[in-house]
Design a protein around this ligand. Structure first.
Ligand SMILES: [Zn+2]
Length: 415
C-alpha cells in the first residue's frame, strides 16, 4: 500500500479501538470515517489483492453475509463487517481491522452498491431482493433497481449471484449487452429462495406491463422478462446445487428464509471454488447475528429476538415466530425512518389467536393498525412488564431497528 494509505489504515484502527474502549459502540463507523478523510482511496487500497464478495439487498444481508463468510472460510481467513456497518466507512474499518486476508465478504447498503463496486472491484456480488423500506428516506424500488443495473453495466466482469424470484432483481442483474461499446452482460448464477412479499413487483420494470405469477413462476405479460431457471434452489430443509446434489442444511437460525440465505451463501462461496459439501456444515456454527434470533431466558420465559424493519421482513418474521405470546415494538427514530405508514402495508392477521403485546415510541401507531386489522392487543410500557404479562414459556419479540436495540440493551446487549 502507498504510505498515505498505510498511515490512514493505522489511524483508522486506532480510532476504532479508542471508540470501543470509550464504550461508544464497535467504533467501525468513526474508524472508517477518519481513515477515508486521510486517504479518500483507502477502501480501494485495502481491497487490492483480496478476493471480495459483496452482499446487498433490502433484507437478509447481515445474516447472508455472516453465512457466506463462514462458507468462504473453508479457503482461508475472511475479513467481514459482521456488525451491520454496511456503508464505505464500515467496509474501510473492517478491512483495516482484519489486516491482510486473502478473502473478504462485505455487506453493502443497497444505496452504496455502485460506489463500493467501484472501490473494491469484487469477484462476486450477490443481489438478494428489493422491497420498500424507510419511506421517508430510501429510494423507490424501481429507482434502486435502475441504479444497480447501471452499476453492473460498468462492471460486466463481476460475477453476479442473484435472486430469480424477485423480478426487480432479475431485471437489475441482466442489463443489455452493448457490443458497440464492448459491454458484455455479467455472468449471473441464479438462486431461488422463495419470496413471500410481491407488492413491489406487480409491474414490469422494463415495459410497465403487468407481471403474472403461478406457483414459483412469474413472467411479464408485455415483454420477454420472466423468471430465469435457478441454479441453486431451496428444497425441503436443504439446498439443491447446480449439479443436482441435495445438501441438508442444519442451521441454528429459524425459518425457511434462512435456508434461502444459506443457499445464497453456498452459491457465493462456490464462485470462489468452495464445494457446498465442504461448506454446508460450517453454516450450522452461526448462531445469532448481532442479536438477531438471540434467545435469552429470564424469569422462566424464553425470549427470542426477531428484527423486522419493513413490510417484507415483517411477513418473514411472522413465519418464523412460534404460535406463542408475541411482543411487537415500533420506534420511528432516525435509523428506523420517521414515517410509520408502512405499518398499513403489513397484514398482521397471522397474529390472531396469539397473545399480542405492544410497546415502543410509536406503540399507538401500531395500536391503530392492529385495531383495523382486528388483532386484539395489550399496550405495555416496559420490557419487564411484558415479561410479567405472559405465562412461562416462549415470548417472541418482533421489533424494528432502534426498538430492537433498546430491547437488546435490556437483555445486556445479547449477541
Ligand atoms: Zn415487461
Amino acid at each position: 500500500m502507498p504510505l498515505r494509505a498505510k498511515v490512514a489504515s493505522s489511524v483508522s484502527r486506532t480510532a476504532a479501538a479508542l471508540s470501543r474502549a470509550a464504550g461508544r459502540g464497535d467504533g467501525s463507523v468513526i474508524g472508517g470515517w477518519i481513515g477515508l478523510k486521510i486517504d479518500p482511496d483507502l477502501l480501494a487500497h485495502l481491497s487490492a489483492g483480496r478476493a471480495i464478495a459483496l452482499i446487498s439487498g433490502t433484507n437478509g444481508k447481515t445474516t447472508t453475509t455472516r453465512l457466506a463468510a463462514a462458507a468462504v472460510g473453508v479457503l482461508g481467513r475472511v475479513a467481514t463487517n459482521s456488525f451491520g456497518a454496511n456503508m464505505p466507512t464500515g467496509h474501510t474499518s473492517a478491512l483495516a481491522k482484519a489486516g491482510s486476508t486473502p478473502y473478504a465478504v462485505l455487506e453493502v447498503d443497497e444505496h452504496y452498491l455502485a460506489q463500493v463496486l467501484e472501490a473494491t472491484e469484487p469477484h462476486v456480488v450477490a443481489l438478494l431482493n428489493l422491497s420498500r423500506d424507510q419511506l421517508d428516506r430510501a429510494k423507490e424500488v424501481a429507482m434502486m433497481a435502475q441504479l444497480w443495473r447501471a452499476a453492473l453495466v460498468r462492471h460486466a466482469d463481476v460475477r453476479v449471484v442473484a435472486n430469480a424470484d424477485d423480478p426487480m432483481v432479475v431485471w437489475a442483474a441482466t442489463p443489455p449487452a452493448d457490443p458497440a461499446r464492448g459491454v458484455d452482460t455479467p455472468h449471473v448464477t441464479w438462486f431461488s429462495a422463495g419470496q413471500r412479499w410481491h407488492d413491489d413487483s406487480w409491474v414490469c420494470p422494463e415495459c410497465g406491463s403487468t407481471i403474472r405469477r403461478s406457483a414459483e413462476h412469474w413472467w411479464c405479460t408485455g415483454c420477454p422478462l420472466r423468471r430465469p431457471e435457478p441454479h441453486w434452489t431451496v428444497e425441503d430443509d436443504g439446498v439443491l446445487d447446480p449439479t443436482g446434489a441435495w445438501h441438508k442444511v442444519r442451521l441454528q437460525l429459524p425459518g425457511k428464509v434462512n435456508i434461502g440465505n444459506a443457499a445464497t451463501a453456498l452459491a457465493v462461496a462456490a464462485e470462489f471454488g468452495v464445494r457446498p459439501v465442504d461448506a454446508v456444515s460450517r453454516l450450522g456454527a452461526v448462531t445469532s447475528v448481532a442479536g438477531r434470533y438471540a434467545q435469552v431466558d429470564r424469569d422462566g420465559r424464553n425470549i427470542r429476538l426477531l428484527l423486522a424493519k419493513n413490510p417484507a421482513s415483517w411477513l418473514e418474521a411472522f413465519d418464523m415466530a412460534d404460535e406463542a405470546p408475541t411482543l411487537l415494538s415500533i420506534n420511528a427514530r432516525d435509523p428506523d425512518g420517521l414515517d410509520t405508514s408502512w405499518l398499513f402495508d403489513v397484514d398482521f392477521a397471522p397474529l390472531r389467536g396469539r397473545q399480542v403485546l405492544i410497546t415502543g415510541d410509536r406503540a399507538y401507531d401500531l395500536a391503530v393498525r392492529l385495531e383495523i386489522n382486528d388483532v386484539p392487543f395489550q399496550h405495555i410500557r416496559t420490557f419487564d412488564e411484558a415479561v410479567r404479562a405472559v405465562p412461562p414459556g416462549r415470548l417472541e419479540v418482533i421489533a424494528n431497528y432502534t426498538a430492537f436495540q433498546d430491547i437488546r440493551a435490556e437483555l445486556d446487549r445479547v449477541n
